[in-house]
Design a protein around this ligand. Sequence first.
Ligand code: FAD
Length: 361
Amino acid sequence: EYKLLYKTGIVVIGAGQAGLSSAYHLKKLGLVQGRGFVVLDQSAQPGGAWQYRWPSLTLSTVNRIHDLPGLAFSDTVNDNSPQVQANIAVPHYFEVYERTFDITVYRPVGVKVVCERDGRFRVETDRGFFSAQGIINATGTWEAPYIPEYPGADLFKGRQLHTKDYQTADAFAGKHVVIVGGGISAVQLLDEISQVTTTTWVTRRPPLFREGSFSEEEGRAAVAAVEERVRKGLPPASVVSVTGLPVTPAIEAMKARGVLERHEMFSEITEHGIRWADGREMNADVILWCTGFRSSLDHLMPLMLREENGGIVMTGRLATMVAKEPRIHLVGYGPSASTIGANRAGRAAATELTEYLGLRD
Ligand code: FAD
């Protein structure tokens, strides 16, 4: 029997950084769990997408994990060595966080579709449905890996995979690996894989290396640029993509090893490798697409939030409110797709949505 599980004020979909921050602030604003709000997550364990990151992503190689409100990440890290795996330390942090602030996350509960029914939202899941007055959507990007289309992709006899599928460089020993992409993940995986086998690095645009550290002002400007895009309803660009690649000691070492040689993007995939527009060919056993992610919002399809170009017009204090449908907030989307952004967005969404719906006492 497909039944109503809860009639509630707000359903928070996703319990990563963005969802947990939202839940913290909803509680702080006086909403009671169950009647006031519920949090759902399709993963079986706490940790958001961090639980799925590759094992060699450690606390020394992540950009920076910003604290959730009220509890410092560092207070929950038992082992202070930089080699601690992010896919262990962050899920542990989230688990302690949920316990500390008594946030109940219903899991694994996957949201399949959200539609409107009698002036409320019907949130259909693999367990039953929820009825809500408003939605805070915090489903991240991990479920929506992006691979651009190139002719011949289906002819390729080797292995194609996305950043999301990467586990360890050893799996590629003895194979020639083409790594596609100009972001931080591409460079990190190129670093690892080039230590065990031969690699070719291709990017669409010449990568932008930057000397010195990133100032706070530059960080704000990068976020503001993405915010401007989503306020206009353009598809968001990733915040990291506008900040460039900081020249770290790891990058210096890659330069010295001669593996940081960038080739322009190929135009075609062949049975045994790749071909450039000028006719040059190269054999490859593996094509690793480090080409990023899109927002995973398919379950919101029936609400028709998207514009023709695929973007969504956003409004509100931090641009978390959907202009067409103010009862829906997207957190961890566009300018808030970082741990610090997700944090702030959770607060803005909780504040604005409870006010809009009149849910506060
Ligand atoms: P997520 O952590 O992805 O959480 C989304 C949650 O929603 C998941 O738990 C998932 O199970 C759940 N979910 C998804 N779909 C559904 C559904 N249909 N029904 C129910 N539940 C659902 N940012 C930084 O600030 N610093 C970094 O160092 C950094 N490193 C990164 C490294 C990599 C490799 C990648 C890919 C990203 C990195 N980021 C980093 C960006 C990072 O993704 C965000 O900062 C932030 O962690 C995203 O949080 P979130 O809550 O929006 O999403």
